[in-house]
Ligand binder design. Structure first.
Ligand code: PAF
Length: 328
């Protein structure tokens, strides 16, 4: 009898403590990205904010800060996440190897065959492990969203094979794997924060850059003189959806679970709208005068960039690379 009473009291205490803690938790959070509101990053961010507001009955509100409003590039904004100055961030893996080195394994050229292959890896155990590694550096990585397959663009000539691009001055992300691959391919790459790219293109400090279709489109790079868009698909660019660990740890457990679940759900939606819109965007870009080069010899890029795998083999052994390439 006494035991049952104690047990009953303990259960009541737990219910009393957990329920009201969640009911009382209220927050306004800041979600940032480098890209404008019409880019799939921010369309996804708006959906995430709406779902969280609805599912918490308005207890948690998420305010959106697009277009580098909270930092001049993704490295600076990731520092903001780490320090707790920003709560949520959609970012490419560009600068993330400087925080969690294992994530760089996703940056190798021609690692992924297609979107099905991408989804298998990102939503499987390899993706989960890479996200969990961020905990070591005070960042909670919730799920993978998407930037897309990256393509080479420039102001000078139609690039159909790697030899055509020889010597082109291009901007790369602040990412050592990408930098190495472009050097191997015979180009002249310069790492640069995203916030400086448009002006550098406009002032012809660089000839080109490389990014997915949606980035080129939302940045209106034809207005900065980028006339040639070659569908090189040389690397897939995933976008971890990051949260400040400080903010995450301050939330009740039920809200933490809600954020993880909702971020996965939104990630699926975000990848779909990104992929579904690519052809229409290419058509609009062509209408703006951009030459879309479809018949690219991707093998020539793949062959030229292959030494990069060898250059990083002590950090990323062949077996780990093959686990991604052969993911079923
Ligand atoms: O090129 C980059 O830096 C990234 O792809 C971008 C455009 C900031 C999107 O994550």
């Amino acid at each position: 009898m006494k035991k049952a009473l104690v047990l009953g009291f303990a259960v009541a205490l737990i219910v009393f403590c957990i329920g009201p803690a969640q009911a009382q938790y209220k927050a306004t959070m800041r979600l940032a990205s480098a890209l404008p509101m019409d880019h799939p990053y921010m369309v996804g961010a708006q959906k995430f904010a709406d779902l969280i507001k609805e599912r918490t009955n308005g207890r948690i509100e998420i305010k959106l800060y697009p277009s580098n409003q909270l930092g001049k590039g993704e490295r600076e904004m990731t520092e903001g996440i780490q320090q707790g100055a920003i709560d949520l961030l959609v970012t490419s893996t560009g600068p993330l190897g400087g925080f969690s080195p294992s994530i760089n394994i996703l940056d190798f050229p021609f690692l992924f065959r297609d979107f099905n292959h991408v989804d298998l890896v990102m939503d499987g155990p390899i993706g989960r492990k890479l996200l969990d590694d961020f905990e070591k550096v005070n960042i909670k990585a919730l799920s993978f969203w998407e930037n897309g397959f990256r393509h080479l663009t420039n102001s000078k000539l139609e690039v159909k094979k790697v030899a055509d691009a020889k010597g082109l001055k291009i901007r790369t992300m602040e990412n050592k794997v990408h930098l190495s691959a472009w050097k191997d391919a015979g180009l002249n790459p310069t790492p640069m924060a995203w916030g400086e790219v448009y002006t550098a293109l406009q002032q012809k400090v660089i000839d080109g850059q490389e990014n997915p279709i949606a980035v080129f489109y939302s940045s209106k790079f034809w207005d900065a003189g980028q006339k040639y868009f070659s569908l090189t698909a040389h690397v897939y660019s995933p976008s971890p959806f990051l949260m400040s660990k400080k903010t995450y740890d301050s939330m009740p457990k039920e809200d933490q679970e809600l954020f993880v679940k909702t971020s996965y759900e939104t990630g699926k939606f975000q990848r779909k709208i990104n992929r579904d819109a690519e052809e229409a965007k290419l058509k609009e870009m062509a209408a703006k005068g951009v030459a879309i080069v479809r018949d690219v010899d991707r093998e020539s890029f793949k062959k030229a960039m292959a030494p990069t795998y060898e250059a990083f083999s002590s950090q990323f052994p062949k077996a780990d690379i093959e686990a991604i390439m052969n993911a079923k």
